[in-house]
Design a protein around this ligand. Structure first.
Ligand code: GLA
Length: 720
């Protein structure tokens, strides 16, 4: 059993393989957090303390105040002055609630999240449900803890039921609260922008509130929902690290408050700025799921916990199968595509071992540039005179699979859809909505819009043999207003928008069960666990330049496994090492190409053919192996990392040189995951290495050349 209730101590204990999480019911009323960290047997009960100015209940003494004990969920207005997890406004208009412990239940499986994506469980997964009750609003609050033992992961989500006679408004909702009895920590977050996602930031916590967030209606390029806290000296292999993430793709808030007692409150959820929600009597609301993990041995362990968890419980099972090596038309042709051209692409693709041709933007409606056509999801007959069905049949006859680009959530004002239904875009009455990339956002909170999209995609793709959809989203949400909701409910639009997107994604999965979905939002604008529940990989960034990609991919890997990263080789310079460098950076993740195959010399084509067949020998390590980050590109002239198979028999090591170094310089790289008693051979050069040397004394010679990379594929040959 992973979850226990110790009756005599009134303690709930949640154990994973290496961690323990504990809290206590205080005076049969409060939930007091006790411990989260390394696995531990005896957990100390709450130590009473008195603090002036702290409010306490008349029936209790002043040793218990919500102002200073660590909470499992914090409520606004009833004595806890720190940042609240839940702010609920009932008919008294005050926002004050005081939820009291009522009961608990432990069960196998999990609670479904009412149209939201969530982590998959198996028959052994346990969930703890805690019921709280607020007598004035007559609301029940159910807190859920689902325990993923082998990945050292615990997830949190909540459900609110309005059993009263009046409506209540949720004004702030945070799925996860973690009160840590310390503040000697650094906060790690990934910020960025379009074309430069996942920049690494590490800063010490300070008193007051620090936060990262998105108000963009998408998880965003600007701040990824992943966040970690670590001890000041934590490294890849040592120190304590707490990691967090959110299974949601819209606006979010990650908030940390360091309080008067030098403790840190971590909150993760929908927040309060871009979210509110009215519950009528009898209605329920379920929050998205947040996850957390703990590592006592540095970032590497946290990263591997996330990777294992995401592969086992978040990604669709197809993500664990070999991913097709695609040739994407975007950087090759942009909007300038037609049947004849793409059939030639397919012919050439087949010759060099490409698995799938992906037809990107430009195939539908009046889409000749980014000013028109979004929303008109039928093939452009000038470009595809024989229709999509016949075109795709011809592609397939050439022996390659077929993928197609869509951007369902958007509309150009210059489109038939907008001309027929201008009211279907997000907008606010009497205001003209802003454009971004010449497009408006469809109101995905409106079921009529989703029904329309279902019907048009159903018709256009009916019978067409599509293996893959690239689902894009190329702007953020502003002027967030919907004609479907009353003025008091407009705060619900962004959340309902996300639920509409998830509904449509679910429809795609059911309607096209054999097709994969790659998600994308101008690259990594929705690189989150919500999207990963539907898509087998994500287009990591619109920046395909390998120099910058090295940074983006390295930070992305901190939180997400390589199997989620779609990485393309684009526009190599003829001659030199450019193609080789691009390839060796791209095989940090799932390899693809994005270049004009018709303009390539035979030399380049045969080089690509060689790359693809080489990649197929070791891609299982990237897709399923354990990832070890040796040297980050952020503070060094070079970076290095490796993937290792579960049995430790195979290792794929990459070393990337960013800047010119002195030639002849060697770097010590300790491949700790090598088997000490094994002999490994480099598959490419035949050179042999002892496992013990790889672990402690492996020196790699730098080429000294800026923008170059080396790949070593090591196999255990002991006894062979
Ligand atoms: C976004 C994507 C690109 C491409 C274009 C098409 O920018 O990230 O890969 O699909 O849209 O318009």
């Amino acid at each position: 059993m992973a979850i226990h209730f110790l009756e005599n101590k009134q303690q709930f204990i949640l154990n994973t393989k290496k961690t323990t999480y504990a809290f206590q019911v205080l005076r049969n009323r409060y939930l007091c957090h006790l411990y989260y960290g390394k696995k531990k047997k005896d957990i100390l009960p709450y130590q009473e303390q008195v603090l002036n100015f702290a409010p306490y209940r008349p029936e209790f003494n002043d040793a218990i105040s919500p102002d200073f004990f660590a909470q499992e969920c914090s409520f606004f207005g009833s004595g806890d002055f720190r940042a609240a997890a839940l702010r609920l406004c009932g008919s008294d208009g005050t926002g004050v609630t005081d939820f009291v412990y009522d009961s608990y239940r432990i069960f196998y499986g999990r609670r479904e999240l009412d149209g939201l994506p969530s982590a998959r469980v198996d028959e052994n997964t346990e969930t703890l449900e805690i019921t709280l009750y607020d007598p004035v609003t007559n609301c029940r609050l159910l807190l859920y803890y689902t325990v993923f033992e082998s990945e050292d992961m615990i997830s949190r989500y909540m459900m609110l039921e309005n059993n009263g006679r009046s409506k209540v408004e949720i004004e702030k909702c945070m799925s996860l609260t973690l009160d840590l009895d310390r503040s000697d920590l650094d906060m790690i977050s990934l910020y960025g922008q379009h074309c430069f996602e996942c920049k690494y930031q590490r800063v010490p916590l300070h008193h007051g509130i620090q936060s990262v967030f998105s108000r963009r209606g998408a998880s965003s390029h600007q701040y990824n929902p992943f966040m970690a806290l670590c001890t000041h000296k934590a490294t890849e292999t040592s120190g304590e690290v707490y990691g967090f993430n959110f299974v949601y793709s819209g606006s979010f808030l990650n908030e940390i408050e360091v309080d008067q007692l030098n403790r840190s409150r971590v909150l993760m959820g929908l927040g309060n700025e871009c979210f509110s929600y009215i519950l009528e009597p009898g209605e329920c609301f379920t929050s998205p799921e947040a996850i957390m993990t703990y590592s006592a041995s540095g970032f590497g362990q946290m990263t591997r916990n996330f990777h294992k968890f995401i592969r086992a419980h978040i990604l669709p099972p197809a993500a664990l199968e070999p991913h097709p090596v695609v040739l994407n038309t975007w950087e090759a042709c942009y909007f300038d595509i037609d049947e004849k051209l793409l059939l030639s692409f397919a012919d050439e693709s087949k010759k060099i071992g490409i698995d799938m041709l992906v037809m990107d933007d430009g195939w539908f409606g009046g889409r000749n540039n980014d000013c028109a056509g979004l929303g008109d999801w039928f093939e452009n007959r000038q470009k595809f005179p024989n229709g999509l069905y016949s075109f795709v049949k011809k592609i397939k006859a050439r022996g390659v699979k077929f993928g197609i680009w869509i951007e369902p959530e958007m509309v150009n004002p210059d489109s038939d859809l907008y001309r027929t239904h201008p009211e279907w875009c997000l907008h606010v009455e009497k205001r003209i909505p802003s454009l971004s990339r010449n497009q408006l956002v469809l109101d995905m909170s409106n079921n009529d819009v989703i029904d329309y999209l279902i019907s048009i995609f159903d018709r256009t793709f009916n019978g067409v043999d599509i293996d893959y959809f690239k689902w894009d989203m190329n702007r953020h949400l502003c002027d967030v207003g919907s004609i479907m909701l009353s003025s008091e409910r407009q705060g619900e639009v962004a959340f309902r928008y996300m639920k509409g997107v998830y509904r449509l994604l679910n429809w795609f999965i059911q309607r096209f069960p054999n097709a994969l979905i790659e998600t994308c939002s101008g690259g990594g604008g929705r690189y989150d666990l919500g999207m990963m529940c539907y898509g087998f990989q994500i287009w990591t960034s619109d920046r395909t330049n390998p120099y910058y990609r090295t940074f983006i991919q390295s930070s992305c890997l901190m939180a997400y496994p390589a199997t989620t990263m779609s990485c393309h080789v684009s526009k190599p310079k003829e001659g030199g090492k450019s193609l080789d460098y691009r390839y060796k950076v791209a095989v940090g993740g799932m390899l693809g190409y994005e270049l004009n195959i018709l303009e390539m010399s035979n030399e380049v084509k045969s080089e690509i053919a060689k790359q693809i067949s080489e990649y197929k020998q070791f891609e299982h390590l990237i897709r399923l192996g354990d990832y070890y980050n040796l040297v980050s590109p952020v503070n060094h002239d070079y970076s290095a990392y490796y993937y290792v198979s579960e049995d430790q028999d195979e290792i794929l090591l990459t070393l990337i040189e960013k800047a010119d170094c002195k030639p002849g310089k060697t770097k010590l790289l300790n491949i700790k995951a090598a088997l000490p008693n094994a002999t490994y051979t480099d598959v490419f050069t035949g050179k042999q290495y002892m496992g013990a040397d790889l672990q402690r004394n492996f020196k790699l010679l730098l080429s000294g050349e800026k923008c170059s990379a080396q790949l070593l594929y090591l196999k255990n040959i002991t006894g062979r």
